[in-house]
Design a protein around this ligand. Structure first.
Ligand SMILES: Nc1nc2c(c(=O)[nH]1)N[C@H]1C(S)=C(S)[C@@H](COP(=O)(O)OP(=O)(O)OC[C@H]3O[C@@H](n4cnc5c(N)ncnc54)[C@H](O)[C@@H]3O)O[C@H]1N2
Ligand code: MOO
Length: 418
């Protein structure tokens, strides 16, 4: 697949007259205007954890490929009536990978090990713990259903059946399923390359010396790690000062080496907010004032045909916007389709008054069957992100939340994060 043409500058433009975009509308526009932008390659199954399937995976053979035994025991045909009886024990055995070549006659039994192909003529296995051998005869006591302890050919997967759709992001267990279905390679999308830039004259890289009026760049390590968890390739372009020329140069570098650009800081319209100013000057900027807290100033732009997510600088807002807006959009660009998280409906363990008309996300975790929220809603209180295990989503219409009222809890896991 060749990469689709570059985005037009007005790709994120909002309909005329729109000021506060509801979250659902922002998501709908992102879904509509972005499409997969990465080429396809082949990947060995064992190297494919986290990769996104470009084509559906079809079972190359059935699993299990032939009827086999689920236990160590004795194979025979037809099950057992109630009561004691005996079967003639044949010489030889069937072991996993060393199938018995002959065929059993009615009344005969054969030693069989777990995973071994059932010999011809047999459909049932009795556990070795439940038999006795006397004079070459197997002494057994019924009843035992025909087919007991046997696994039918193709009972798990049928040759030719679709086992994963295109767009599925492979997990470790999926690699086991694909290998079992007889495939050594899969068609996957090349990982989406995301350039990450932090902006702000006050920022110092973690571990550097810092004056009291400087702060450490918390966003970049956090956002880079999130993107890697999502199977994306990160191009870390470091910290850029709040100067238009430096911001332009960084965006130029980013567009030449990445499919998407993710910046944090400078997204709103203050004197120092150069990211939004530079994007606006290029004509490729739509400052989305989204009816959401945190994260109102999300700058969506296009730089040289490459989409730019200009996240707010406050770490909590940057993180929440990444989960709620950037994740589905990035997954769409990466070939996995637009994905929204699955919510759990839980009773609130808190009370809160909120502004109606705006969706809010609170740092939250579940304890004793209820959703608890972080003590502060301050968007700079980065420690609350680690205290939390997910987000509570309060809908636009809500104004007053009381303890015991049902709220939507979105675990970090529903965003593909631990
Ligand atoms: N007059 C208004 N002021 C502000 C508004 C507003 O609507 N009107 N919105 C506030 C909200 S909400 C947010 S969020 C911020 C977003 O502003 P910017 O995206 O322009 O971000 P900055 O001003 O650059 O930074 C905000 C804050 O975050 C700190 N920061 C920035 N980058 C990092 C980083 N990489 N690691 C850690 N912390 C970072 C920065 O020092 C600031 O404290 O605007 C509000 N103001
Ligand atoms: O996005 Mo700001 O509070 O909404 O941090």
């Amino acid at each position: 697949m060749s990469a689709p043409s570059k985005l037009s500058n007005d790709c994120f433009a909002l309909p005329a007259g729109v000021h506060w975009t509801p979250v659902s509308e922002a998501l709908r526009l992102l879904e509509q205007r972005l499409q997969c932008c990465v080429p396809v390659e082949q990947s060995a199954v064992e190297d494919s954890d986290g990769r996104i399937l470009a084509h559906a995976v079809i079972a190359a053979r059935s699993h299990p490929p032939c009827a086999n035994s689920a236990v160590d025991g004795y194979a025979f045909a037809g099950g057992l009536q109630a009561g004691a009886q005996s079967l003639q024990l044949r010489d030889g055995r069937s072991a996993a990978g060393e199938a018995f070549k002959g065929r059993l006659l009615p009344g005969q039994a054969l030693r069989i090990l777990t995973g071994a192909a059932l010999p011809g003529g047999a459909d049932t296995v009795v556990l070795q713990e439940d038999v006795r051998i006397d004079d070459g005869r197997l002494q057994v006591t019924g009843p035992l259903k025909a087919g007991a302890n046997a696994r039918a050919a193709g009972e798990d997967m049928q040759q030719g059946a679709q086992i994963f759709p295109a767009g599925h992001q492979l997990r470790p267990e999926d690699l086991g399923v694909i290998a079992a279905a007889g495939l050594g390679e899969v068609s996957v999308f090349k990982p989406l390359k995301v350039a990450v830039i932090s902006t702000g004259a006050e920022l110092r890289a973690p571990g550097q010396a810092a004056r009291v009026d400087q702060i450490f760049d918390a966003n970049r390590p956090m956002l880079c790690a999130v993107l890697r968890r999502w199977g994306m390739e990160v191009v870390d372009l470091g910290i850029v000062p709040d100067e238009a020329a430096a911001v332009r140069a960084a965006l130029d570098r980013a567009k030449d080496c990445a499919d998407v650009i993710m910046t944090s800081g400078g997204a709103s319209a203050g004197d120092q907010d150069h990211m939004s100013a530079v994007l606006r000057a290029s004509g490729g900027m739509a400052l989305w004032r989204i009816a959401v807290k945190p994260g109102r100033p999300l700058a969506l732009g296009v730089w040289g045909g490459v989409p730019v997510f200009g996240l707010p600088g406050n770490p909590v807002a940057a993180f929440v916007c990444t989960l709620i807006f950037a994740r589905p959009a990035l997954l769409q660009l990466a070939g996995a389709g637009f994905q929204v998280p699955q919510a759990l409906h839980m009773p609130a363990a808190f009370s809160k008054t909120k502004k109606a008309g705006r969706r809010e996300y609170l740092r939250a975790r579940l304890r004793d069957g209820a959703a608890h929220v972080f003590a502060s809603e301050g968007s700079g209180r980065v420690s609350g992100l680690s205290w939390a295990e997910g987000l509570v989503e309060l809908p636009e219409a809500a104004a007053e939340i009381k303890p015991g009222q049902t709220v939507c809890f979105l675990p970090y896991a529903s965003f593909g994060l631990p």
